[in-house]
Every structure is written in structure tokens, then in C-alpha cells.
Design a protein. Structure first.
Length: 328
């Protein structure tokens, strides 16, 4: 049967499910899943997104009695995996696991990422982002944001590492430049590991990334944390956020997120069931371990996730557009 006919039938099924009485809709959700579930992780194996996908996928598998297979489809800031899920049958058997770069930033940074977040995908559950660390090379003597601004003004140039173009660190650089009249140079790496290596080796003056990945330089006294982006990190509560140190951009009020999405026409009872499973997974020992490893908050439900998305979307978009970069 042609693919477009299958899709029409699934869309019709989703519309019919929405109109069903409560009991019938519950039965509809209970019939899912009827076969193996594919969880497409749009970032490489071994990273934070991949480990979240595998921990939550294992929990979901145990609860529904079907295998959840995690497939890594990395590339183009997550758009390759997202586009594949967007084209999949909307029946709950193909799920995307990705981050806010994929869900939010690609719409500003790419002319044609291969999917439309609002038209092609539905957020199921998200994990609010953790505080990102700003870390300086020890030789610079930077202890706080004022020290950093003074250093940047004195030298006229700062080599500031990010883990990708269009990332939160990239936008942080732009916002600090605007507020303080600085000329901070973004140095984009392909991921956090090589970025932190660059800081350790002295190629970078400053880098910004996750608490867990930053341990490669912090534990060897090759980096000094002088601020966190938005949220305080429990392990280093004495380090103040950028707003607490005087940074005023609205971008320093958003956290970003990781999470799961399904094709847009997926029936709401299945979306709700998946959301319930993601939230319930917070109590699973393996999930708890991964969340703790990356200093992440628990997953939140469907309504809360979409409220967070709608609240943060305009701030992310405004910050992205202010970069002045044309879509690739």
C-alpha cells in the first residue's frame, strides 16, 4: 500500500481517537504498542542524549512489553533524525529523542531542516536543561563575570569555546558582547570533548558547557568556573548565575531541554501514555543514575513540556536571530 495512504489512514485514526469517549480512547491507548518501538536519537552514541534515550527506552520497554530499539541518526544539529521521525507513521512506534537545538534552534539556523517542528512533530515529555558552566583558563585569574568583562576589555579579544554554532554558548557570547561592548570570538567545536581539550591546552581562554563534561578540566585544576548560565548547579552552589552577576539578557532566563517527540498526527491517547511513562521513569534506578550523572531535573509531562516550549521559544528565536547569521 502506498505510504501516503498509510499516513492518511493514521491521520484519520488520530482524528477519530480524539472524538472517542473516554473509555474507548483508553482502550485505544492500551492497544499500543503492537510491535517493536524505534527510538531515534539524533545525536551520537555515548553522549548525554544517547544515554537518556537508552535509560528511558529500557524503562518503557519493561512497562509495555515490547522492545525499544535506540537508533543513532546523528548529523546536521539533530535534523537528520528529526526529519526521519517526522516522516514516520504517526502510530507511536517511532519516537524522537533530541534536544532544544533540534526542536527550536534549527528553525532559525537552517533554511530547510527537513521538518517543521510545529506541523510535523509533537513534544511528548521534556527534561528541563541544567545550568551550563562558564569556565576560564586558570592563568587568566578570572573569578567572576566582572573579572571576565575586565579581561575582555583589556585584551580586546577573547577566544571563547562553544560546542556548536547556534548553541547556547554561542548565543551567550553574542548577548555578553551586546551588553558590555565586547569583542568575544566564538570558536566552534564539534562537541564538548574537543572544546574542553582546547581549554586545557590553552587554545581557548574560556569555554562553556555542561557540568559533567567540564570535569575533565575542573578535576585537573585546568579550569576555573566563574559563572553558570541560568540555573545554579547543586554541586557548586557558591557559583552565581549570569543574572545574579549583572547580565541582563532575556536569554539568561531560559534553560533549554532534552526530550521526546512523535509524528504530529499520533493519536493523543498514545501521546498521553508515552508522557506518563517518561514521567514514571524518573523513579527507575537506571534513569535516576543518568539524570544524576548529568545533573538533570526529572522529566515533566505533556502539558508542562509544551508550556515550557511555548514560553522559551520566542526567547530562543530572538537570541538566534540577533546572531545575524543567515540560515545555512
Amino acid at each position: 500500500m502506498p505510504t501516503h495512504l498509510n499516513r492518511r489512514r493514521f491521520i484519520a485514526a488520530g482524528s477519530a481517537a480524539a472524538a472517542m469517549p473516554l473509555v474507548s480512547r483508553s482502550a485505544f491507548a492500551q492497544a499500543w504498542p503492537s510491535r517493536q518501538i524505534r527510538m531515534i536519537c539524533s545525536y551520537p552514541a555515548g553522549g548525554q542524549t544517547d544515554l537518556l534515550a537508552r535509560a528511558f527506552g529500557e524503562y518503557i520497554s519493561k512497562q509495555v512489553g515490547q522492545t525499544v530499539v535506540v537508533e543513532n541518526k546523528a548529523g546536521a544539529s539533530g535534523s537528520i533524525g528529526a526529519a526521519e521521525v517526522a516522516r514516520a507513521a504517526p502510530d507511536g512506534h517511532t519516537i524522537l529523542c533530541s534536544i532544544s537545538t533540534t526542536y527550536v534552534m534549527n528553525r532559525a539556523m537552517m533554511k530547510n531542516p527537513g521538518y517543521d517542528m510545529d506541523k510535523d512533530l509533537t513534544l511528548v515529555s521534556v527534561i528541563p536543561g541544567a545550568g551550563l558552566l562558564l569556565v576560564a583558563h586558570p592563568k587568566l585569574g578570572i573569578k567572576n563575570l566582572d573579572d571576565f568583562v575586565a579581561f575582555a576589555r583589556r585584551t580586546g579579544k577573547v577566544n571563547f569555546g562553544t560546542y556548536s554554532a547556534g548553541s547556547a554558548p554561542h548565543m551567550t557570547i553574542n548577548e555578553l558582547n551586546k551588553q558590555y561592548g565586547l569583542i568575544i570570538e566564538p570558536i566552534h567545536y564539534r562537541g564538548e570533548a574537543p572544546m574542553w581539550t582546547g581549554l586545557a591546552e590553552g587554545t581557548l581562554d574560556v569555554a562553556m558547557g555542561s557540568y559533567t563534561a567540564a570535569q575533565t578540566v575542573l578535576q585537573g585544576d585546568r579550569g576555573v568556573v566563574f559563572a553558570v548560565h541560568t540555573k545554579k548547579v547543586d554541586a557548586i552552589p557558591h557559583i552565581k548565575t549570569l543574572p545574579e552577576q549583572g547580565a541582563t539578557s532575556k536569554f539568561f532566563t531560559v534553560s533549554g531541554f532534552s526530550g521526546w517527540a512523535v509524528p504530529k498526527a499520533t493519536p493523543q491517547p498514545i501521546v498521553d501514555r508515552l508522557s506518563e511513562l517518561c514521567v514514571a521513569a524518573n523513579n527507575d534506578p537506571k534513569v535516576k543514575e543518568v539524570l544524576a550523572t548529568f545533573v538533570l531535573e526529572p522529566a515533566i509531562g505533556f502539558k508542562e513540556s509544551n508550556a515550557l516550549y511555548q514560553r522559551e521559544l520566542p526567547v530562543w528565536m530572538e537570541a538566534a536571530q540577533s546572531l545575524g547569521l543567515p540560515p545555512a
